[in-house]
Design a protein around this ligand. Structure first.
Ligand SMILES: Cc1ncc(COP(=O)(O)O)c(C=O)c1O
Length: 415
């Protein structure tokens, strides 16, 4: 039992759903962060792990950029380098890494493809994944042309949700190029402990590739301390930016040993001394190709400022308390939850098995509650973000109670 889990139980007692009158105690963040987000006025928006809502400040920055684009496009174009550097600098602070290890790309999926492409995966080598490795970092290993690389899928050990370190250990050997995991899995809400996985990979000369799309911005991340070689993520979730933009982090050590699988005029140039040769930037910018989303960049910079201002530790405490309240309330309703109860094994996502996710989602939406309904996974998912409060969670629980009262418990979960 970790210290995290001890605190978990204490907070559960204080903030448990049974004591709903304590709502203000859940609000670790000043109210101004909630009022930054217009959606909170009318709706319990619990889909921040899909698409974070636009804040006033992000909308304002984007609107200002649109104005500049209309009246002074050259000025808008001139802002590219400054804005991209500003995003890189803020991400570096948030993720515990140097800005020189960060490339800004068009999303986590692109970053994963670049990460897989830059690894020297020869026929006969292998990559180790588990059931929670997201498609964006699994599929790139499976394209024709990489047929010779064996994809080893680790069993779901002790949790039944994801591989434990022992399950990974059984598969990693000296032919392993990478252990490829998703820090927090969008379907289960399960969170891996990254450091032991990094140690395991490194002990065999392999790298760890970690998708941090569902953790960056909501739980403290220190890529350098955790020994992460390659990490990728997306702006539009817990980093409060717009869609269509993301990042790849490649450690300095790896940058010194690798090339770039995709190149463009931003990250490479012809060697002036020998124009038949290509020179790559020495830092992670070598992975940046052409003109990125000029519209998205200042928007994301502003979103990152909000996250930094609130502070990830405070966001984490806030989200933890909301998730705790949600789990207690779901317990009271007799609903089974997939997301682990241990604090150290989850972040901001609560995944609930549901037989008719879209129907349930529509029912809740009518009552002002927005969440993810995923028929293929037979689940609904409620995400607690920095802009949510205890009332949002209670609206969800009340909505679920109304659904059960109207249609019976079995309409959500068969017993
Ligand atoms: C873990 C994870 N990785 C990747 C993605 C996709 O990100 P993008 O659309 O930026 O490629 C998502 C969500 O959509 C996700 O939850």
């Amino acid at each position: 039992v970790s210290v995290d889990d001890e605190q978990n139980r204490d907070m559960g007692r204080v903030h448990g759903h049974a004591r709903r009158e304590d709502v203000t105690m859940l609000d670790e963040l000043p109210e101004r962060f909630r009022t930054e987000f217009p959606v909170t006025r009318d709706r319990a928006y619990l889909f921040g792990g899909g698409l974070a809502p636009a804040s006033r400040r992000v909308s304002g920055t984007i609107a200002a950029w649109m104005h500049t684009w209309a009246f002074d496009p050259l000025e808008a174009w001139d802002g590219l380098a400054t804005e991209t550097d500003a995003v890189r600098e803020r991400l570096g602070r948030l993720l515990g890494t140097s800005p020189s290890t960060i490339a800004i790309v068009d999303g986590a999926s692109r970053a994963s493809n670049i990460a897989v492409g830059l690894l020297d995966a020869r026929p006969g080598s292998n990559v180790v994944v588990d059931a929670t490795t997201y498609p964006s970092s699994l599929y790139p290993w499976m394209v024709p042309g990489r047929d010779g690389v064996e994809v080893r899928r680790a069993a779901n050990g002790p949790t039944g949700l994801a591989a434990g370190i022992g399950d990974l250990e059984r598969l990693v050997d000296d032919g392993t190029v990478a252990v490829c995991v998703t820090h927090v899995h969008p379907h289960t809400g399960f969170r891996h402990d990254l450091r032991p996985i990094a140690d395991l990979a490194h002990a065999h000369g392999a790298v760890i590739v970690a998708d941090i799309s569902q953790s960056a911005g909501v739980i403290p991340i220190d890529l350098a301390a955790d020994g992460i070689d390659l990490a990728m993520g997306t702006a539009m979730k817990w980093l409060m930016g717009p869609p269509g933009i993301g990042f790849l982090c490649e450690s300095a050590d790896l940058l010194a040993r690798t090339c770039a699988p995709q190149v463009g005029y931003l990250g490479a140039e012809l060697d002036p001394a020998d124009r038949t040769r290509l020179r790559l930037r020495p830092d992670a910018r070598r992975h940046e190709l052409g003109l990125p989303s000029l519209l998205g960049m200042p928007g994301w910079r502003t979103g990152l400022d909000i996250v930094l201002e609130a502070g990830v530790p405070a966001i984490h405490r806030h989200v933890e308390a909301l998730v705790e309240r949600c789990l207690d309330g779901l317990d009271d309703l007799g609903l089974v939850v997939t997301t682990p109860r241990e604090r150290s094994s989850r972040a901001g996502l609560v995944s609930i098995p549901a037989t008719s996710p879209l129907e349930l989602r529509a029912f809740l939406r009518e009552r002002g509650v927005d969440l993810w309904g995923f028929p293929r996974g037979s689940l609904i998912r409620a995400d607690a973000g920095m802009f949510n409060d205890a009332h949002d969670i209670d609206r969800l629980l009340d909505g679920l109670a109304a659904y059960i009262a109207e249609r019976g418990h079995g309409a959500i979960q068969e017993t």
